[in-house]
Design a protein around this ligand. Sequence first.
Ligand SMILES: [Zn+2]
Length: 517
Amino acid sequence: MKHCTKLTLGKVAATLLCVFGVDARLAAERPFPEFASAVSRPALLPMPRKVEWKGGWCPKGASVTKTVDKSIPTHGYRLEISPKGVAIASSDDAGAFYAEKTLQQFGDAPYPCCAIEDSPKSRWRGVLVDEGRHFFGKGEVKRLLDVMADYKYNVFHWHLTEDQGWRLAIDKWPRLAEVGSVRRSSPPPGAEKGFDNERYGPYFYTKDEVREIVAYARERHIEVVPEIDFPGHVLSVLAAYPELSCRGDVAETGTQWGVFEDVLCAGNDKTMQFLKDVMDEVCDMFPAKVVHLGGDEAPRTRWNECPKCQKRMKELGFRDANELQKWMFREVQRHVAAKGRKAMGWEVKHGGADLGVVAEFGETALPKDAIVQSWRTVKSGVDLVTNGYEVVMSPCMETYYTLPIGLGALDPFPYRLWTKKAKPLDLRRSYFYSPFKNIPREFEHRVLGGEVCAWTESTHNRAELEWKMFPRALAHAEALWSDPQPRDFECFAKRAAAHRLRLLSLGINCSPLALDR
Ligand SMILES: [Zn+2]
C-alpha cells in the first residue's frame, strides 16, 4: 500500500512531465527531483542552516528512527529523509524535538527526500510577554508557547510584575495578589494619560497555574524566566504594602503608564526581607536557571530625600544612590545564587534613572556576573558586550512589539503615542534584526541571543497581542535561530506567507505581511 502511494505519485509526475515533453519512461524510473522541488518543497521556517534536496520520496508510514550523536552541536540536529524512512540524529533531547518540529513543516508524508543539518546561532531565543499592564491568562500563554515551540523559541520571559499589576500569588505576602492585581482605572486605549474608570482585575496566577504553565513549556523545551522587577515599577507592591515605600503613602496600584518616583525603600530592612521572601517562592515555582530582577527605570528622587535610604548609604559608605541600587541588586542576586540561579537585569545607565538615551552606554549598575538584557540601541548592546557583559539583545527599535507593524491608518489597533512617531517595525525590518549585529567576532560568545518584547500598555486583549506579535515573531525566529547571511527577505516573505495561513488556521490573529504598500 505504501509502495503504491509512491508509484501513483510517480505515474502522475510521469504524465505531467510527458505533457511537457519529458521522456515519461525515464521519468517513471527516476525520482523526478525537479518535479518534486517544484511542487512540494515545504516552506521551512526558520530556514535550517543547510538543506540538500536529494530527489525522491519518503512514503507515508515510513519509520522514523532517532539516534544520539554527540558530535552534533547543542540543540542541533541532523534530519535525513530517504525512500527508506526518516532518520533523526541529535546530541540532546531538544535537538530531537527541533528535528520533529522541522519535519512537522513538511506536512503529511510522502516527504521529499533531503538531508538537513541544523543548529541554532542564538542560545537564547526569547519572547517577553508583559502581563503586568494587561493580563491574557493561562489559555493564551499556552497558545503562545505552542507557537513559540513551532518556531524554535526557547525562552518565555514572563513579565509578571508592574506598577499597574502584580500577577503572582505569594503566600508570605498575600496582599500582592489581593490588592496589587487590581487597578481602579487605566488610560483609554492608545492614550498615555487619562482614566477609563473601569476596574481592571483581580488578575493573577495561582501557584498551581504557574507550575502547570512551567511544565507545559518544559515539554516544549521552553524555559520560563520570571521577571520580578525592582526597585522601580512597583506601585502595585507599594499599594499592597505602603510601608515598603520611602514615604509610606502610596495608596493605589498604578492607573497611568510611565515611570514613577515611588520605588522600594532601600533603607528599610523589611524591603530586603520582602524581596528575599518573594525570591524564595519564585525560585520554588520556577525551575529556570535564570531569574530576571528587572532594575530598569528607577528614579532616585525618593532615595535622595529618604532618611532611611540616606542612613543606609552612609553606613555602607556609598557616594550616591546609584550604588544603593547596585547593592540591592547584589543582595538579591546573592540570595538567588544560593539557590543555584543566575540573576538577570535590564541595561541601566550608570548614573541614575535610565530616562532618555544618553551617553555612557557601556556602563551599567549591574554587576558583571549578571546577565544583562540590552534594550536601548544596537550600539549600547555592543558596548556592554565589549565591556565584558553576557548580553541578551533586545534593541527596542528592532524587537519591541509596541512599535506599529507598518500598516499606517489601516491598522485597526491602538499603539502608544511615542511609537506612532517612531519608524514602524515592519516585517522587513524585523527580519534584518540580528543579535550579533556589529559584535566583534572575539566577543560573539558573550551574546547569548535575543528576545522580542511584547509590552502591553496599548495591547488590551488576545486579538491585539497576536496581531502585534505575528508575523513579526516569525521573522525574529529566523533571525535568532538561523541568522542567515546575507538576508534574503523575498525568500523569507514567501515562506512567511504560507506560515501566516497556517497561523490563521490555528486561530492566531496574525496580521498581514504588508508587502504591497
Ligand atoms: Zn527610603
